[in-house]
Structure formats: C-alpha cells, structure tokens
Design a protein around this ligand. Structure first.
Ligand code: ZN
Length: 162
C-alpha cells in the first residue's frame, strides 16, 4: 500500500498533460514526463522509484509493471481524471495550497515582498486591488488570487467535494 499520509508527488505521462497542470494548481508537486519511445517505460518507472512519485498514466502496458505507485487513468476527460486521482488516494484538498505551484514549471511560487517591484507588469486594476503577489522563480510569471481563483473554486466544487 502507498503511504500517502504525507503530500503525494506525481509523475504524469505525456497523455495526461492537462491533469499535470490541474494537480499543480491544486498544490501537488507534479512532474510531467514527456519522453516517448522504446525505453520510455523503463525511464518513467525508474524516475518514479527514485523520486517516490506516483505515476499517472493511460498506458495499460505500463500499468502492469511494478512501480512505486501507479494509477491507470481511465477517462480522457479532465474532470473525471481529477476525480479518479482524488478518490483513489483519498486526497484531502487544501485550499491554502491552491495556486502555490507554478502550473507551467512545477516550482513553488514565492511571495513578492514589495509589490511596487511589479508595477506595470500586471494590469493597473489588479495592481490597485490586490495586496499579495507571487512569482515563479523559473518562468517569472506573476500570480495573484484574483477573480480567477474564485472561478476555479466554483468550477472545482461542481465535481469534487472541497
Ligand atoms: Zn513557472
């Protein structure tokens, strides 16, 4: 049995790219495995073991192999994919963790201490109305909990209990 008492980490194969982005938005450390080809199955299994990441895949052949942890994703629809992962691992989603990881780079975002530093980099209305801004140390994208945050929560509530 997998020990998911600590925050699980994921390794998502190339067929589940949207799922990777969703899991990052939900606050989970999620690597996206994009390699294909003859040795890719062995490589993804090795990475999963080395980094103790749960593989999320739609590859039935891969799902028969021994891995640190693996979930065979059954649906091609993103909402059902998220539902399946949450259900199978009994994940307890934590709103505080939402949007704390860059959805593009899988890096933890950091608080910008002085918001004046990013004046001109976000729309003026956003700059005036938001207090806290975060940035991704890798791609430098700027994040804030604006209206998109509430829209995301509303959307999520349609299909997951939070
Ligand atoms: Zn980034």
């Amino acid at each position: 049995m997998l020990d998911v008492s600590t925050q699980p980490k994921f390794l998502v194969d190339f067929m589940c790219g949207r799922l990777a982005r969703w899991l990052r938005i939900l606050g989970y450390d999620t690597e996206f495995f994009t390699q294909t080809g003859i040795t890719s199955r062995n490589k993804i299994l090795l990475k999963s073991l080395q980094e103790q990441r749960i593989i999320l895949t739609r590859d039935t052949k891969l799902s028969k192999k021994k891995a640190y942890g693996l979930i065979l994703i059954t649906s091609d629809k993103i909402r059902q994919q998220v539902q399946q992962v949450v259900k199978e691992l009994n994940l307890v989603l934590d709103k505080e963790k939402f949007f704390t990881i860059c959805s593009l780079c899988n890096k933890e975002v950091v608080l910008i201490e002085d918001k004046n530093k990013i004046k001109g980099l976000v729309p003026p209305f956003v700059f005036e109305t938001q207090e806290k801004f975060y940035t991704c140390p890798q791609c430098k994208r700027i994040y804030w909990q604006g209206t998109h945050f509430n829209l995301f929560l509303e959307d999520l509530k349609q299909f997951i209990e939070i």
